[in-house]
Design a protein around this ligand. Structure first.
Ligand code: ARG
Length: 468
């Protein structure tokens, strides 16, 4: 085998090239080419450090720099030729740079693909968290829009999917908004954890060369609020650790679980049985057979894709479990699940925003459902408590009244006064005033409750965060 037939980056000690099947099996460029902008950014930071410590001459650095600048543009084109036999994005880009300048042969000085890929992915995660946060804000704005519009529209709140107590559409939607707000915070924590530079770890044990790790970290923006460099503390950990992958995948799981539960609420509310919400034609679909159908597919798919996003986290956990330190090729499989979680969640968030923006509540249906007096059975128990009845006794007595009304097939406030008083003398004469929704909401003006002022102040809180 002639020398020039050797594998171009690591072929020195081999007398044969990899079998074609092995090349196809082992390549990652088909998916990690997505990291190309980060890989070039990482190379630029590394090269500037090499020049800083004298491992590249000024001329070599400026050739590498302009070569990288050209590649930054070239990789945007679908014409860019990614070569499977060069395995991955790192070796493809190194060879593409070498075709421009011989100085590129010095680029991999003091660097391994192990710390290179760890760096690329940390840069990727910092960006991905920003992208997702922006999408999340759009979805949150759409929820806020509906919460503003229907802030005081009453609906039943449910536990066990049974009518429990009255709430308002505003209160219910704000509950989802709070959950998504926590997802937003989680994403910024993941970005913060990603913000540590592994370059200089080499394969596992750094390098004998006079690298300046702090310089590289600063060049790549791995810095704290004061601008101090943040670098990984142990070379073996730096190339083996996939914590940020797991944290990112988990943040996606958390957010998609929240979207899925919101989707489920909307799907229920949209059924003929509830009839609380109308969805726009633009995000629903029809049936190929039943002409009357208008299905909430966008919400069903948001719910469905959650399974896939949960699976991606599982995928990573299983891939990492049992790997000895440090880098093992298994870890090449760590990218598709996180790319998929980013892409799917990002689409779910956009679809949610689009679907909710043009949705509207059916006020009549909501009010009718919320006028069920049983929703205020607890308020009646509270009314007795205010008259000195111990809550457990009050609960029992109201339970008896409910049972009596059920037997008589009438609603709770329709019970005859003398029959009601027989069960519970403390009711007095004005007990039916409890069955007034305005009273029920006005009495719920502590933080976290659905009183109109509480809802208004929480809406203002989110307006400040999302709209100004
Ligand atoms: N394509 C590889 C991956 O994604 C890059 C790191 C390869 N390192 C190695 N020692 N083979 O994991």
């Amino acid at each position: 085998m002639a020398k020039d037939e050797k594998q171009v980056t690591w072929g020195g000690r081999f007398s044969d090239r990899p079998n074609l099947l092995m090349q196809v099996f082992g390549e990652s460029v088909s998916f990690d080419k997505r990291l190309a902008p980060y890989d070039l950014q990482g190379s630029m930071g590394h090269a500037s450090m090499l020049a800083h410590v004298g491992l590249l001459t000024d001329d070599e650095f400026s050739e590498i720099k302009s070569g990288i600048a050209e590649l930054v543009e070239e990789i945007k084109s679908p014409e860019f030729s990614w070569k499977l036999e060069l395995e991955d994005v790192h070796m493809n880009l190194e060879q593409a740079l070498l075709a421009k300048t011989g100085a590129a042969a010095k680029l991999h000085t003091g660097r391994s693909r192990n710390d290179q890929v760890a760096t690329d992915m940390r840069l990727f995660f910092k960006d991905a968290c920003i992208q997702l946060s922006e999408k999340l804000e759009l979805a949150m704005k759409a929820i806020l829009g509906l919460a503003q519009k229907y802030a005081t529209l009453p609906i039943p709140g449910y536990t066990h999917l049974q009518r429990a107590q009255p709430v308002t559409v505003g209160h219910h939607l704000l509950a989802h908004l709070e959950a998504l707000g926590r997802d937003h915070e989680r994403l910024s924590k993941v970005a913060d954890h990603a913000n540590v530079c592994p370059l200089g770890s080499g394969a596992i044990a750094g390098s004998t060369l006079p690298l300046d790790r702090e310089f590289t970290a600063k060049a790549l923006g791995f810095v704290d609020r004061e601008g101090n460099p943040r670098i990984t503390a142990n070379g073996m950990d730096a190339v083996a650790d996939r914590d940020v992958f797991l944290e990112f995948a988990m943040a996606c799981v958390n957010c998609s679980l929240h979207l899925s539960r919101l989707a489920e609420d909307v799907i229920l509310w949209n059924s003929s049985e509830f009839g609380y919400i109308q969805l726009p034609d633009t995000f629903t679909t029809g049936s190929s057979l039943m002409p009357q159908k208008k299905n909430p597919d966008s919400f069903e798919l948001i719910r469905g894709k959650t399974g896939r996003i949960v699976g991606n986290l599982q995928n990573l956990c299983v891939a990492i479990k049992g790997l000895p330190l440090t880098y093992n090729r298994d870890l090449q499989e760590d990218k598709p699940p996180v790319f998929d979680s980013l892409d799917q969640l990002s689409m779910c968030l956009s679809v949610l925003a689009g679907s909710l923006e043009d949705s509207s509540f059916n006020e009549e249906r909501c009010r009718k459902a919320a006028s069920d007096p049983l929703l205020l059975a607890t308020d009646l128990a509270d009314y007795l408590v205010e008259k000195g009845v111990p809550f457990r006794t009050a609960h029992h007595l109201i339970g008896e009244l409910v049972a009596l009304a059920e037997v008589q097939r009438i609603s709770l406030p329709e019970l005859e006064q003398d029959e009601a008083i027989k069960i519970c003398p403390e009711l007095g004469i004005e007990w039916r005033e409890v069955f007034d929704l305005n009273r029920a909401f006005a009495k719920r003006e502590k933080p976290g409750m659905p009183g109109p002022n509480q809802i208004e102040s929480r809406i203002q809180h989110w307006e400040k965060l999302l709209l100004f």
